[in-house]
Design a protein around this ligand. Structure first.
Ligand code: GLU
Length: 530
């Protein structure tokens, strides 16, 4: 049985690069009628968290990347969390020790640093080997257990990159059991890929240099290795690697501009508004800490949008899961014939490892936004409503309180005029709370003699309408549209008064949804205040 797997380490949120790895593995398994496994690699006790693992599962489900084996599948057992499989690893490590393929080491961190310094001085890369001079003698117990890497060239037959050889003198004896008793990633990944019957490993190129170590472990354990395929990395348009650092970098630039603009040089005002200490902000600005949560809080306080990096960032920014999935599939994969907008089924029909490129892919945000707009326009109302609700679940816009019926009305109005749900959520706020008035639009269309005259004429026309449904409002709206010499000028004054700005969906639909009371009171407020 063909099996692929996605094996994230739960040390943060699911990054789009990780999501693409998951997608490729999912596509590959589904395409070949195999199985797709999800395994949580939580062997780093310090950096792994249960929240991160839960977040990754949630993001995978949001993307529709369901797994055949893994957490919550098969009776909710825990064997797809590496931290629950320690006895399996221990047995295998004992076997390697018995076979003489692994050995105990006793160096303290200080001793290791001293060994490393000798290599640094000779300008040679430090590679720990069993036969090296100066190894520490047996003390109370071992600090770590290392694998005795064979001294020979190792060639990876990569399904994407072709043969890649790593020379014998480039290997080192990797640690397989850490001082805390947990296996290292290298060991657990091999033990589990074998135990779980994984036949194809698709992972990012950053793991390529790990593969010779894994191949050597397979051989030492007497197992057949899977097929490896290393996918190109995801880069920003400016050729830097796309990483969570992009967020802290953007936050620092934005905060610097904010400090200048508002003369809040030591961030004392910002600290109060963001409920953090000025020292915390200063440490962040001095790059002493790289805290993305703090970056998000500070950016939120000054109204700065940070670049989306993690899957949940894109969800919060109002991208549809299908659009995001389609877009990330195309980073480093070319389905041929210049095809771009592809359904899941089409992706499945066209996917093969041979069509994955070797060179790094680019994350073109403009294209993603365009693609999302395309998905929004082609989705059915039910699909849109479901996608919008999943956006609402993770955000806090005023439309949160709206009923499904109201959301459907809003979608019908905004569908053709939005690229993301966030754009709609920002623009439709006036339906739920007082509009934020655009001062320019106000002085141009409302606070003029003509604008005031229009509003005075409009008010009684609408006030006379008692049945506030669209059909019943139509004659009144026609009358309003015909006011004045320039067609639509009166409607524009009314639009600003009720929605706050000069751009909104068609007025009839707008006021029908807004309701009689809000429409009339907003008009009245403008008339009386002038
Ligand atoms: N846990 C590893 C990571 O998140 C998985 C690497 C692999 O696919 O082997 O990078």
């Amino acid at each position: 049985m063909m099996k692929t797997r996605f094996a994230p380490s739960p040390t943060g949120f699911l990054h789009v690069g990780g999501a693409r790895t998951a997608l490729f593995n999912w596509l590959y398994a589904r395409r070949l009628g195999g199985k797709f496994i999800l395994r949580i690699e939580d062997t780093d006790q310090v950096r792994s968290t249960a929240e991160s693992a839960a977040g990754i599962l949630q993001d995978m489900l949001w993307l529709g990347l369901n797994w055949d084996e893994g957490p919550q599948v098969g009776g909710g057992k825990n064997e797809y969390f590496q931290s629950m499989r320690l006895t399996t690893y221990e047995e295998l490590i004992q076997k390697l020790l018995k076979d003489g393929r692994a050995y105990e080491c006793y160096e303290t961190p200080e001793q290791l640093a001293a060994m490393r310094a000798i290599f640094d001085k000779a300008k040679r890369p430090f590679r720990y080997r069993r036969a090296m001079p100066g190894r520490a003698l047996r003390t109370e117990g071992p600090t770590v257990i290392r694998f005795d890497m064979p001294y020979e060239d190792i060639t990876i037959h990569d399904a994407i990159l072709g043969p890649v050889t790593v020379r014998a003198d480039e290997h080192d004896d990797i640690i397989i059991r850490k001082s805390d008793g947990f296996p290292t990633y290298h060991f657990a990944v091999v033990a589990d890929d074998h135990a779980m019957g994984v036949t194809h490993v698709l992972r990012a190129q950053e793991h390529l240099m790990n593969t010779p170590k894994h191949l050597a472990l397979y051989r030492a354990l007497g197992w057949e290795p899977p097929t490896y395929a290393h996918t190109p990395l995801v880069f920003n348009m400016d050729s830097t690697k796309m990483s969570k650092r992009d967020k802290t970098r953007a936050a620092r630039a934005g905060l610097q501009a904010y400090a200048k603009r508002t003369a809040d040089e030591n961030y004392s005002k910002l600290a109060v508004a963001a409920k953090v200490s000025p020292e915390q902000i200063q440490a962040f600005m001095a790059k002493k800490v790289d805290d993305t949560a703090l970056a998000a809080t500070l950016a939120g306080t000054i109204g700065l949008d940070l670049p989306e990096i993690d899957v949940q960032d894109f969800r919060r920014s109002g991208y549809m899961a299908d659009a995001l999935l389609n877009f990330i599939a195309l980073i480093g994969w070319a389905p041929g014939e210049n095809r771009e907008v592809l359904s899941r089924q089409e992706m499945l029909n066209l996917f093969s490892v041979e069509t994955i490129g070797k060179t790094n892919g680019r994350f073109d945000r403009k294209k993603l936004t365009w693609m999302n707009g395309e998905y929004i326009r082609k989705a059915s109302m039910d699909e849109l409503l479901a996608a919008l609700k999943s956006f609402i679940e993770v955000t806090d816009y005023p439309l949160k309180a709206a009923s499904d019926a109201v959301l459907r009305e809003l979608l019908a109005m905004y569908k053709d005029r939005m690229a993301t749900f966030a754009e709609m959520a920002r623009n439709c706020g006036f339906f739920f709370q007082d509009p934020v008035y655009d001062e320019k639009a106000k002085s141009k269309f409302v606070n003029t003699d003509e604008g005031q005259a229009f509003l005075r004429q409009i008010y009684p026309i609408l006030d006379a309408v008692t049945d506030w449904r669209k059909e019943a409002l139509t004659p009144a709206m026609e009358q309003i549209l015909s006011l004045g010499e320039k067609k639509g000028a009166a409607a524009q004054a009314m639009r600003v008064a009720v929605s706050g700005g000069a751009v909104s969906p068609p007025l009839l639909e707008t006021i029908a949804l807004l309701g009689r009371d809000k429409t009339l009171s907003r008009l009245k407020a403008f008339i009386s205040s002038h």
